[in-house]
Design a protein around this ligand. Structure first.
Ligand SMILES: Nc1ncnc2c1ncn2[C@@H]1O[C@H](COP(=O)(O)OP(=O)(O)OP(=O)(O)O)[C@@H](O)[C@H]1O
Ligand SMILES: Nc1ncnc2c1ncn2[C@@H]1O[C@H](COP(=O)(O)OP(=O)(O)OP(=O)(O)O)[C@@H](O)[C@H]1O
Ligand SMILES: [Mg+2]
Ligand SMILES: [Mg+2]
Lengths: 220, 220
């Protein structure tokens, strides 16, 4: 479960203040399947970064499963991100020198999953997102939408309790996006994984149980 | 005008052959406004890379304005890309250490446009894509959709005769995408610039005069 309490983020550029998020109140119960939409620059990525603990708020607090993120040590926070949260970055953030499979295995290896199981699970997830046969390719030798799906596979492979996905279908055609959303929906239904998507894609919005809108850093 | 004659591209991975494009025949007259759609991995980026001369075909040829690209010297080809073609990359390819404005100015500077005119034109184009006030920001301090618009601004700033845009609205909400397409359409109408887009976005397809579909590397 995610709780955002009066959450705010201000960036600073020289002497200029940029209020990217303002007083966000949000409650996302365990097992929810939620879409966050809003214009370019409205604060979606910022909100996801704060919820994941990748960035720190200027005001307010984030709670994951009742735990306040700002009260965790650096180690406890990185532990939470490793074991309990899967993150799909808007720009994928794949490791260029690793193959698609190695990129997907990486998180499970860090979690201490045995090598054979990492490999099987990575292959299985890559097949589920339609990338069977491409496991050995490096990101530079994949299409944009294929790279995006490796990023999604990496986030879901270890079935973490919470998935934060930043525009996960931006570079996918509607058919590929549809298959992906069906996969994520079934993971939500079968494993009770909580999903929070930021998206511009009406298709993704159609799959969500609930739609949240951001405008100029505020919920509307 | 663009002509693709029996254009093919095969990638090689170890001893594996990947036929990404197969015998593409294409004729795009000057001033056309064309969309290229197709599933993820169908060859859209590959085709754009071949048309721009950024990559070389395995079979067939590309002609821009009647000139065969494979008969140009390295200098003539890079000259053509600098002066006659604007390219919007699927992954933007912005220079991280330059501001948004410097990224947009870069091409005009290389073209020998006077500094004052570069600056004015860059500011004007950034305002036209809705980024007024963000000119001094570096890419890392911009949202995904804002970075995408800097990449578009950079390609159109010097009003080249041909624009190749690889999924230019992928990270934009529908309202921002709409404004962008209206801008590009007006440049097509007022300046006779030729546009070839690769896209998954129905909104972009609605603006195009003509729709081309790729499937598994072949036109359908
Ligand atoms: N450098 C490369 N080496 C090997 N295969 C490649 C390379 N680049 C692309 N491919 C393959 O060629 C095919 C076409 O890729 P391309 O990037 O043109 O697709 P696309 O239509 O742009 O896809 P998307 O919509 O996902 O961006 C894909 O199957 C891809 O995996
Ligand atoms: N590091 C930063 N420094 C300054 N301003 C920033 C920084 N990162 C983001 N911003 C600004 O904060 C605002 C919100 O950015 P954010 O990336 O959250 O938007 P977004 O809703 O994800 O947009 P998009 O749909 O384009 O991805 C934007 O106006 C952006 O320019
Ligand atoms: Mg974003
Ligand atoms: Mg592509």
């Amino acid at each position: 479960a995610i709780q955002c309490i009066d959450l705010g983020k201000t960036y600073y550029q020289g002497n200029q203040e940029i209020p990217a998020l303002k007083g966000v109140q949000l409650n996302i119960p365990k097992g929810d399947f939620v879409c966050l939409s809003g214009p370019s620059g409205s604060g979606k990525s910022t909100l996801l970064n704060l919820i994941s603990g990748l960035d720190q708020p200027t005001t307010g607090q984030v709670r994951i499963g009742g735990t306040r993120l700002d009260q965790l040590s650096k180690t406890q926070l990185s532990d939470l991100r490793l074991h309990r949260i899967g993150f799909v970055f808007q720009a994928y953030n794949l490791v260029p020198v690793l193959s698609a499979r190695e990129n997907v295995e990486l998180i499970m290896q860090l979690q201490g999953v045995p090598a054979k199981q990492c490999r099987q699970q990575a292959n299985s997830v890559l097949a589920e997102v339609g990338l069977e046969g491409l496991e050995q390719r490096r990101p530079a030798d994949l299409s944009g939408g294929q790279q995006q799906r490796v990023a999604v596979a990496r986030a879901i492979a270890s079935k973490p309790e919470l998935i934060l996905a930043d525009e996960p279908t931006a570079n996918l055609d509607s058919q590929t996006a549809e298959s992906l959303m069906q996969l994520l929906q079934s993971m939500n239904e079968q494993h009770g994984m909580t999903f929070l998507f930021s998206t511009h894609d009406p298709l993704v919005m159609n799959y969500s149980k609930r739609l949240i809108r951001l405008h100029d850093g505020a919920l509307v």
